[in-house]
Ligand binder design. Sequence first.
Ligand SMILES: *Cc1c(COP(=O)(O)O)cnc(C)c1O
Length: 428
Amino acid sequence: METKNYRFETLQIHAGLQPDEATGARGVAIYPTAAYRFKSCDQAAKLFELSEAGNIYTRLQNPTTTAYEQRIAALYGAVGALAVSSGMSAILVTVLSLAAEGDNIVASPFLYGGTYNQFRITLRKLGIDCRIASGERPEDFEALIDDRTKALYAESMGNPTCAVPDLEGLGNLARRRDVPLVIDNTFGAAGYLCNPFEWGANIVVDSATKWINGHGTGLGGIIVDGGNYNWANGKFPQIDGPSEGYHGLNFHEAFGPAAFIVKCRVDGLRDMGCAPSPFDSYLMMIGLETLSLRVRHEVESARKLAEYCRCHPKVERVSFVGFDTHPSHENARKYYRFGSSAVFNVELKGTLESTVRFVESLRLAANMVMIGDSITVVTHPASTTHRQLSDADLAAAGVTPTLLRISLGLENADDIIEDFEQAFSQIG
Ligand SMILES: *Cc1c(COP(=O)(O)O)cnc(C)c1O
């Protein structure tokens, strides 16, 4: 399908769908196959040396997953996308495709808890130094860049405080220092709320588990390649240089602007093995069809619930990017459609214990660690996502004992407000 001129809402339904000549089927098929029969040994050899594109083995590619990847790439206006088994594996494959032992990456201090641990513990053990900037301003990043820096890394909306960095400033810094800018755009909802490529990002990673799937029915991650980084600058011999794994093939010469995403697939997925199941790719593809409708509703409901909470006597503070009191309000207006998010934070008055009682009194809203689900979720970061952090790191991440993170679902917002009302009545 020619995708250039259609708008997001149309692409989310049509992109990636190929007419099925054999059956006329309207929907994308699920191909539950591990491997693919070669037409000949000669064809197999060409597929293996990457001189011909095609299916070899589902760890590398699968037709259902390919359709889903094409839809994602179209939504972002990108050269290619790679689906993997989770958001965490998208981040891991991306960083390991860019950096090796002795290299470093510079990251924002406002990171998803899992990312923080992957960077600070696991990648460090592999000899990749993950430097956490002292703040999220471009100058905070620049202070840590040296000639072994292989990526700048930030979230387009930081989990859990909803901090929105100056994406354009980071894009300018990345270009000036000639380092790829990687943005975790999970909150940007596949580009519907925020498209970091418009501001100079080179690579996007996204936990598809959240708004792309949208129904809490499966895990997934995607890597998206903007095709806008010049790999021929001598810093990335694994991309512009002879590849050890492919008899000296040079990815940049062979695949041009798609070099990075091809490398992530044929080296990253081949070696790390974090391929998605075709059934999960199917769920992601169906989830994408309604993404804009879901996100619109969730963002509207978030505002209603945030306004209700803001006026409640048992609430200490509401931190919602849609309010002009939020430190990232102006950045959200610049980078996010509706200047807003489906997620916000509430700090209750009282103690850890009364906060736990509140959470356990909720009947509709679910006590889970999840965002972007069709059901409303209330998360208590201090006892869950941020439990492994020290007190100092907790304070730096903005997590207090009475903080709750709320991600609005698809219910009628008034029912959620009534649920909160009854839960508030349970605490002193
Ligand atoms: C959930 C999440 C991840 C990790 O994704 P999984 O699919 O759970 O592995 C990474 N970044 C952000 C911002 C997330 O919210």
